[in-house]
Ligand binder design. Structure first.
Ligand code: CTP
Length: 408
């Protein structure tokens, strides 16, 4: 549980499309974030997934008919709308989009949508030709003009055998947009530069020196800053992770490429957060052809790479500078040394070795070391939660007064 949606009421509208199965996972993720979720399902949605799945996951009876016998609360469409903090329709078919765009209320979900006053998000998902149909596009535009947030479908192979736009984004991506919609924008207009992932230093065309960083921590920081309204650039070494929505990503491979990109982007950034695990050394010579097996023992000569954060610290110019330090021993001493040596405002230190805290893990147990000599030990938590707490501390301690931190 990371609690980004604690005490929030979410209404999930599920329509009749193959992607309805993904909504069950979205529901689970919303609940994991602390939301209370109520579900409307259309009659057609139940051809794809049974109502019991959604009822069991939400703990609340699913509504698909406002005139169900024995249901005294036939005002669900009014009560649930009044209590909702956000409404998410996923998957949204051409049918519900058409009805919403034209104010048609002829079943439980469409009737409910005419009553909603909270933010509403529509996630279209359908066959690519249907999605590109001019009437459907016109209706989507009408919804956007009416202030409804449209989560664009992704492109690719669709279940119907066609290729093109129409695929429901992954539940994690929809969850991210829900959190972004409900998160106060305390970093609005701030330009935040985040680095993530490992670097790779080539030995020959098929081998390199690197480390096990996956980029999870840096991507979490980039996502959290974007959710809070910042304009985010993510400079990332090789990583399998999807770039968070609206974040500008610059992909690099070596420490030298990362240094070039960071030094250029830092000029226009107010906050720089360096989670990247940059190689400290690179092979002195890169072989042009694949090295062949020969001697029993060979040695690799390495030379130092530039310390990017150290260079930024030398010409800080009012920027907020944050580093990360993964240590195997003497965390406090090593972290403090780096904080001072690199002229940082905060360094986030963690001891690696514990499977729940370190490179590939979804969680981390860190200590924040501040410039004024204080420190804050955080319990083990999801990397997303670490990211938000770090941004809270930056907003509280380092940004001009009046910038209010979010939660925690
Ligand atoms: N860092 C950097 N450039 C480097 C090495 C590190 O910008 N060439 C940054 C990292 O992104 C991180 C911080 O410095 O934010 C600390 O990185 P770390 O590897 O822990 O520190 P080092 O100074 O390399 O010290 P050591 O490897 O000896 O622990």
């Amino acid at each position: 549980m990371t609690d980004r949606l604690k005490s929030k009421n979410v209404v999930l509208g599920v329509c009749g499309g193959i992607a309805a199965y993904k909504s069950a996972e979205l529901l689970r993720l919303l609940i994991k974030q602390g939301a209370a979720v109520r579900v409307f399902m259309t009659r057609n949605a139940q051809q794809f997934v049974g109502w019991m799945t959604f009822q069991a996951l939400s703990g609340v009876p699913v509504c698909s008919d406002l005139f169900e016998k024995g249901d005294v609360a036939s005002f669900k469409h009014i009560d649930w709308a009044a209590e909702a903090d956000i409404v998410v329709v996923a998957p949204a078919t051409a049918n519900i989009i058409g009805k919403m765009a034209n104010g048609i209320a002829d079943d439980a979900l469409s009737t409910f949508m005419t009553v909603v006053r909270s933010p509403a998000m529509v996630c279209p998902s359908m066959n690519a030709n249907m999605f590109q149909n001019p009437a459907v596009q016109r209706n989507i535009k009408t919804l956007a003009d009416d202030g409804i947030l449209i989560v664009e479908p992704s492109a690719g192979d669709l279940a119907c055998g066609t290729v093109g736009p129409g695929r429901l984004p992954e539940p994690e991506q929809i969850l991210d947009r829900v959190i972004a919609c409900l998160t106060p924008k305390d970093l609005r207009d701030k330009r935040v530069l985040v680095t993530a992932g490992p670097t790779r230093e080539p030995i020959d065309p098929v081998r390199f020196v690197s480390n096990p960083s996956t980029g999870k921590m840096g991507y979490a920081v980039a996502r959290a800053a974007e959710q809070r309204g910042a304009s985010v650039t993510l400079i990332t070494g090789p990583s399998e992770l999807p770039v968070p929505a609206t974040v500008t990503a610059i992909h690099v491979t070596t420490a030298e490429e990362m240094a070039r990109a960071v030094l250029e982007c830092a000029e226009t950034s107010e906050i720089v957060i360096k989670t990247a695990a940059v190689s400290d050394y690179r092979p002195t010579r890169v072989a042009e052809q694949k090295l062949k097996k020969g001697e029993d023992q060979i040695s690799l000569q390495l030379e130092k790479t530039d310390d990017i954060l150290m260079q930024l610290g030398r010409k800080k110019q009012g920027k907020v500078l944050v580093g990360f330090a993964a240590e195997t021993e003497d965390l406090n001493q090593n972290a403090r040394q780096k904080l001072e040596g690199k002229n940082l405002d905060i360094i986030v230190g963690n001891l690696i070795g514990n499977p729940a805290s370190g490179f590939a893990s979804d969680t981390n147990q860190v200590t924040l070391f501040f410039r004024d000599g204080t420190q804050e030990v955080l319990p083990e938590m999801e990397k997303d939660a670490v990211a938000h707490i770090l941004l809270n501390r930056i907003a509280e301690r380092l940004l001009p007064a009046g910038e209010q931190p979010v939660g925690q």
